[in-house]
Ligand binder design. Structure first.
Ligand code: MN
Ligand code: MN
Length: 390
């Protein structure tokens, strides 16, 4: 009985209440306690939060999931998260051997492997073909309109696809089976120089397309290569080739068109924040930021000018957005778990402006006169970029 009472009390203690000092009062329900526990800074915002700002968080766990024989796919677009005008994303999983059907789309596709391995194929406008295998943390980019396929290897795989338009829909890509099924048979016959009966067995799965379907696990990469006299152009980038920038609070890896020319419209920072560390106060002078949380738990406050600021909590599988030019930080709220996330920009280049570096590189008197701060603050400023602090 005693133990039961203790566990009941413990349970009540872990239920967060909307109380901050003398402000607020107990929430006796109805309420969704699990969501309140995941969003402590919505239930009890920092006292510095103020004003009206749009929602800047959506979780893939809240998105419709399309399950098929070969795996699944779900998307977060402008329809799920209206503030995300520039970027849409798809989280996809393929079983061993399963294929994401040969297709193309109007948007560029940048991707990050979450686990497992995949084989990619493509042919570009010059008739150059491309074939490569990717593993955990590797990336790829297919420019807009360039056809491609993705196949899960021995253990299957899961990845994140990023498209350079918030309106993108994974359900409206150009699928090879779709085109075959909506072209007159005599045109197919003439196009390939064969007879109509050669196309009598076209797939008639759901909607006459395959989308994600089970295939055979392919052999080694070399056995799949199709010889071609054209030169090398890479649509993949392997994480092992990326140089990390290490600072006191963690690590940033920046990948944009300067080192990966195929990614001409999407720039990404892979950010690792140590327990208790902080992605410093900064903003981006070029475009919105779109975020995907890979691991751990974090908190971000977005400063929107005019006395407005709003704080959100993020965990693995969540998406965040920072509208153009708004100031922000991302804090790892855990004492023992790293926070890992992607900063994504619809831009050929990764660009950020550091509040600290700005203050360090202008006349100190100017800074002092604005903020009434003393030498201790002035001495703490850094002239070099230092994206992660602790
Ligand atoms: Mn695609
Ligand atoms: Mn940022």
């Amino acid at each position: 009985m005693q133990t039961q009472r203790n566990s009941k009390k413990k349970e009540q203690d872990s239920i967060p209440q909307p109380i901050r000092g003398n402000d607020g009062f107990e929430d006796r329900g109805p309420r969704n306690v699990l969501l309140d526990q995941q969003n402590p800074d919505l239930l009890v915002p920092p006292a510095t939060d103020h004003g009206t700002l749009p929602n800047m968080k959506f979780s893939f766990s809240m998105a419709h999931n399309r399950l098929q024989e070969g795996g699944w796919a779900r998307q977060v677009t402008i329809r799920e998260l209206p503030i995300s005008k520039e970027i849409a994303a798809v989280n996809m999983c393929l079983k061993p051997g399963a294929l994401r059907e040969m297709h193309w789309h109007k948007e560029a596709e940048w991707a990050y492997m979450l686990w497992g391995r995949a084989r990619l194929s493509s042919v570009d406008q010059n008739g150059q073909n491309f074939l490569d295998d990717v593993g955990p943390h590797d990336m790829w980019n297919f420019p807009a309109g360039i056809p491609h396929s993705i196949q899960g290897l021995e253990e299957g795989c899961e990845f994140l696809l990023i498209f350079d338009d918030g309106n993108f829909s994974e359900d409206s890509t150009f699928l090879i089976t779709d085109w075959f099924n909506y072209t007159p048979k005599h045109i197919l016959a003439k196009n390939f120089g064969v007879s109509e009966s050669d196309f009598s067995e076209l797939p008639t799965d759901v909607d006459h397309t395959r989308y994600i379907f089970q295939g055979e696990i392919p052999g080694p990469l070399s056995s799949d290569e199709v010889p071609n006299k054209l030169g090398e152009r890479s649509f993949t980038y392997h994480i092992s080739d990326l140089k990390p920038l290490k600072t006191s609070g963690g690590t940033v890896r920046i990948i944009d068109s300067t080192i990966f020319p195929a990614a001409s419209t999407i720039a990404v920072g892979i950010v690792d924040v140590e327990p208790g560390g902080l992605r410093e106060l900064h903003w981006h002078p070029n475009t919105d930021e779109w975020q995907y949380y890979l691991e751990g738990n974090g908190r971000m406050t977005v400063f929107a000018s005019e006395h407005t600021a709003r704080t959100f909590n993020y965990s693995a599988g969540d998406v965040g957005v920072v509208p153009f030019a708004m100031g922000h930080y991302v804090e790892n709220t855990s004492d023992d778990t790293p926070l890992r996330f992607l900063e994504v920009f619809r831009s050929p280049h990764f660009q950020d402006v550091s509040l600290n570096q700005w203050m360090a590189l202008i006349p100190p008197e100017l800074v002092k006169e604005h903020l009434d701060v003393g030498d201790k603050v002035m001495k703490s400023l850094r002239k070099e970029k230092w994206p992660l602090v602790k």
